[in-house]
Design a protein around this ligand. Structure first.
Ligand code: DX5
Ligand code: ZN
Length: 217
């Protein structure tokens, strides 16, 4: 049985009480804090950057995943890692040299994630699978919290799971977008290790919402 990991995305948190909200995530036994970084270019929304990450670093010991939805991630890798990101996740759809950025992230001491949009096939990321720690499969088009889960990605999650198992890789599979208590079991059954969720966790009792995701009955 795979361990179910939960990564609350603070995008739906109360930003006036961010530290407190993150500590509730820790109490609920969250595994990773997911940080949605948006630049208004790669996605049509703007969120926060290294300054905010640096200030919330003191709130928790949980690992931080910086999900970079920005056009030129290579320019900012060092800043995000210095600010406290333990994992840096870069979109395959950005026009960067992946061998270089993977090396760069590792050299600065963080783990490497690659994210793929709903319309990017798994075959496109295969060549990097033995170089990364984390594959983030988007189940919405990135930009906003609270969107509807795109069911068409379920076969892709399954394909990624089968590949990771067949090749005996250590890559963790995360799924991000539209995950609710009504559909998370399908996502886990398809093969996800990590559930990323914003609105389903921060809309209500944070501790309970996380704990409920960890129950696979
Ligand atoms: C989407 C972000 C997601 C988002 C998830 O651009 O990458 O992490 O916050 O939000 P929910 O869980 O509300 O769909
Ligand atoms: Zn995200």
């Amino acid at each position: 049985m795979r361990k179910i990991m939960v990564a609350p995305s603070i995008l739906s948190a109360d930003f006036a009480n961010l530290c407190d909200e993150i500590q509730k995530c820790e109490k609920g036994d969250a595994d990773i804090i997911h940080l949605d970084v948006m630049d208004g270019h790669f996605v049509p929304n703007i969120t926060f950057g290294p300054v905010v990450i640096k200030s919330i670093r003191r709130c928790t010991k949980l690992p931080f995943d910086a999900h970079l939805m920005i056009e030129k991630p290579e320019k900012f890798v060092k800043d995000f890692i210095s600010a406290g990101a333990d994992i840096v996740t870069v979109h395959l759809e950005t026009k960067v040299d992946f061998d270089t950025i993977i090396r760069k992230i590792r050299n600065y001491g963080a783990e490497v994630g690659i994210a793929i949009n709903p319309d990017t096939p798994f075959s496109k990321v295969k060549e990097y699978m033995d170089e990364i720690d984390y594959l983030l499969i988007m189940s919405v088009y990135p930009g906003f919290a609270g969107q509807r889960f795109i069911k068409d990605v379920l076969p892709k999650i399954k394909e990624a799971r089968e590949y990771v198992d067949k090749e005996d890789l250590q890559v963790k599979i995360g799924v991000d977008g539209g995950i609710k208590h009504t559909n998370y079991k399908e996502v886990l059954n398809a093969g996800a290790d990590i559930l990323v969720a914003a609105s389903a966790i921060f809309g209500g009792d944070i501790v309970r919402n996380i704990q409920d995701f960890k129950k696979m009955k």
